[in-house]
Design a protein around this ligand. Sequence first.
Ligand code: 5GP
Length: 175
Amino acid sequence: MKLKDLTFRKTIAANKISTKVSSLAKQINHDYQGKTPLFLPVLNGSFMFASDLLKEINLTCRVSFVKVASYSGTASTGQLKTLIGHEESLFNQDILIIEDIVDTGLTLQKIMDELRSLGARSVEAVALLRKQPAREKNLEVKYVGFDLETEFVVGYGLDYDGLGRNLTDIYKKVE
Ligand code: 5GP
């Protein structure tokens, strides 16, 4: 499969993703029994995963899509990131962030810190994919779908230069 200048090979088939999504939903349904969690899918990459996962969540819950926006800081601090788009009050909420992929984990760490500082009761994350750097760092991701090494992947919401988000399988870049 080609996207622009790169070649990709299928690595996780749609039926495997679907089975994994069901098992993640089952764990979340169990762990959040009696609570009314607020799901925060992080756009753009998590739209497909969030949609499939939430269809299998049987809890009373809220959903609010968020985005991580970069804005330029000073030359010394470089790029700062902040969370935009959350309309619900986050105070005293049990928040579950929905991420497509965690690589270094810097983005997720930043989001979790920000949500905690806004007074959330609990902040956890569910990531469909986790790469080796985040795994090594022991970053707190409570629910993980698949562990990857360091390969670049597309499909099922993930893009290469804006392309490939609509693919139902996940593909990895061929070296
Ligand atoms: P982190 O802050 O964990 O290093 O980066 C996380 C973000 O980088 C993800 O939300 C995603 O947007 C992007 N990213 C990391 N690895 C990949 C990958 O293999 N494929 C794609 N399409 N995006 C990735």
